[in-house]
Design a protein around this ligand. Structure first.
Ligand code: KIV
Ligand code: NA
Length: 266
């Protein structure tokens, strides 16, 4: 898959074949998800999911590059997108290109994602015109949690709703190949989707977006507390703690290692 093939999914405003995206942070995870996804996102959500950080604000470019490279190694089919972390692109288009060039060169990924609407349009155009495909991200933008005041759904007031739609349009006109719409009330997510020519990828938005994304660990049931928009397709937390419990019991009773796991001379 390539950026043009993802773009072509939306023809005259209609997406017959919705775009499937999941997050991946490791090589093996990417291998398992790859065949089922159009896009794999190495998101800065890895700060919370992998590193136990309180938010994505502490994530560095080096962390994104290390994990992005691992995801690329595990991907054969899906397009890999890597998040630009907080503080590595907002200052200027030049700063964004320096960061994006490192990400593309050092990971081998195809595109970067950055947060923000109209304020980032100039940067999106600058990157796109210089060979860096950009995915935008509007609505609930977690890197702005301190100015937004939390992780609540956006677009409930008329002013906020208007801004989300105009932000999406600005990114589309700047050349973004896709836009994540996160935590936005459904009618506004639909309006934004209709207003842009590129594909929108919803998370806590609407099934009428051109595609969907979830954090893989959320979807797998790794965490007790997840946002309302997450659907759990598995209970991996239970699977992992159950396996650890059985292992611990077998170590304590000397049932493990057994004959099959033990080397003998000759
Ligand atoms: O960091 C991330 O995982 C994301 C997705 C949830 C869109 O930005
Ligand atoms: Na992110």
């Amino acid at each position: 898959l390539s950026i043009p093939t993802i773009r072509q999914r939306k023809q005259d405003g209609v997406t017959a074949d919705p775009v499937v995206m999941l997050t991946a942070y490791t090589a093996r995870q990417a291998q398992l998800l790859d065949a089922h996804c159009d896009l794999l996102l190495c998101g800065d959500s890895l700060g919370q999911v992998i590193y136990g950080l309180p938010s994505s604000l502490q994530v560095t470019l080096d962390m994104m590059i290390a994990h992005g490279a691992a995801v690329v190694r595990g991907s054969y089919h899906a397009v890999v997108v890597v998040d630009l972390p907080f503080g590595t692109y907002e200052r200027s288009p030049e700063q964004a290109l320096t960061s994006a060039a490192r990400v593309l060169a050092e990971t081998g990924c195809t595109a970067v994602k950055l947060e923000g609407g109209a304020v980032m349009a100039e940067t999106v155009a600058f990157l796109t015109q210089r060979g860096v495909p950009v995915m935008g991200h509007v609505g609930l933008t977690p890197q702005a949690v301190n100015t937004l005041g939390g992780y609540n759904a956006r677009g409930r007031s008329e002013a906020e709703a208007k801004k989300i739609v105009s932000d999406a349009v600005a990114l589309d006109q700047a050349g973004a190949f896709a836009i994540v719409i996160e935590g936005v009330v459904e009618p506004i997510a639909i309006e934004a989707t209709k207003a842009v020519s590129c594909v929108t990828i919803g998370i806590g938005a609407s099934n009428q977006c051109d595609g969907q994304v979830l954090v893989t660990e959320d979807m797998l049931g790794m965490f007790e507390r997840v946002p309302r928009f997450v659907k759990r397709y598995e209970d991996i937390a239970e699977t992992i703690s159950g396996a650890a419990q059985r292992y611990a019991t077998e170590v304590r009773t000397r049932a493990f290692p057994g004959v099959e796991q033990t080397y003998q001379p000759k």
